[in-house]
Design a protein around this ligand. Structure first.
Ligand code: ADE
Length: 363
């Protein structure tokens, strides 16, 4: 199978290594988190497989290109690498591309699946020289697993305890040199000792409209969907800077075009479909708007703490922080201050409120 040879022999088996992420707390169209079902059915075939195919993240690609060439030149594994940034921006895709470019296997797991020490040791002892172990949501590792990783990352050594109680002994196994690629949506939650063991720490950024338009166009071609350039732009503009959301919206718009239009995704068809799906012109969904509305109506625009917003909206605080807030910040709709979050003038304007600090404000 072509994919197997591209990614190494574990690729075909990788589903069994994939931790099943817990379901998102508020699954909807604009959540950039993904369910296992979606991943296995859809996303895999759409992922770019080389750095050259990967659209966007220009600076990151430049850094990785050099890291790959240098490691290959020295016949070393890649340095341990940490990717951070909001969900859906391509952290897993980038790890798979690094494995493909290095010609090594990539095993994929996520921290919540590494509950017992034997979960991580089982993965580590099966690695071959140069292999990549991708750990998603790495900020959620438990303490014991994290401590096992320290020696594994630093000295390629695994300290395991055999037996229990007084007869327990520790054994040290040496591991072949390998690479950990960690991914996190919450860099602040990573402990300093773990963060310090990564040689390369890189942030993934939101994509601009042009990049998202190119991604939508590429995906449409892979899905055999008929789309006009303005149709691709219309989807890109409402995709919150996130390829995973762009591709998800594209599928929904394709359904709409098939059922309600003549099959071609034009700009008016895309706009009508996205309106129906409650995705507004800035790409905000119902929850984004609820967060902004709550800040404005219940907290007079803030400053307000994350927990208070979570309680008032009924959303999970971590979901607000990791999924919703980054895009609202990026769009200048909210600000983070030492005293809490505030709604920006742009949020008032977008939702049709008069800005209390603006020229029309009452004294
Ligand atoms: N599909 C999803 N993300 C992509 C990217 N960055 N480049 C190309 N295709 C993609």
């Amino acid at each position: 199978m072509a994919i197997q040879s591209t990614y190494g022999k574990d690729w075909g088996k990788k589903r069994s290594d994939v931790a099943q992420p817990s379901p998102p707390t508020a699954p909807d169209l604009l959540q950039a988190t993904t369910t296992p079902d979606e991943t296995s059915q859809n996303e895999e075939g759409l992922r770019p497989q080389t750095l050259a195919d990967y659209i966007g993240q220009k600076d990151l690609k430049g850094v990785l290109d050099i890291a790959i060439a240098a490691a290959q030149g020295r016949q070393d594994p890649l340095d341990h690498t940490l990717f951070y940034g909001p969900p859906g921006l391509g952290k897993t895709t980038m790890a798979l591309i690094l494995a493909a470019e290095m010609g090594v296997n990539c095993k994929i797991t996520a921290a919540p699946a590494l509950e017992r020490p034997r979960d991580i040791t089982g993965l580590l002892v099966n690695l071959q020289k140069g292999d990549i172990l991708f750990i998603d949501e790495i900020h959620r590792l438990n303490r014991i697993t994290e401590e096992l990783l320290y020696a594994a990352m630093e000295d390629f050594r695994l300290d395991i305890t055999i037996g229990k109680g007084q007869s327990a002994r520790t054994r040290s196994l040496s591991l072949p040199p390998f690479t950990i690629i960690g991914a996190t949506t919450n860099m602040g939650a990573l402990t300093a000792p773990l963060r310090d063991r990564f040689g390369l720490i890189q942030r993934l950024r939101f994509y601009d409209y042009e990049e998202l338009t190119a991604i939508v166009t590429r995906t449409a071609a892979l899905l055999n969907a008929d789309i006009t350039p303005p149709g691709a732009i219309a989807i890109a503009q409402r995709a919150r800077g996130t390829p995973r959301i762009a591709n998800r919206l594209l599928r929904r718009v394709r359904d709409y075009a098939q059922v309600k239009a003549l099959g071609t995704i034009t700009a008016p068809v895309a706009t009508a479909a996205l309106e129906l799906l409650n995705v507004d012109p800035l790409g905000l969904d119902w929850t984004d708007r609820l967060v902004l509305k709550t800040m404005i109506e219940q907290f007079q625009g803030g400053p307000v703490g994350l927990e208070a917003i979570a309680a008032a909206t009924g959303e999970d605080a971590r979901t607000i922080e990791e999924v919703y807030e980054p895009y609202l910040l990026q769009m200048g709709l909210i600000n983070r201050t030492p005293r809490g979050r505030t709604a920006a003038a742009a949020a008032y304007a977008h939702l049709g409120y008069s800005d209390p600090t603006g020229p029309t404000a009452l004294p």
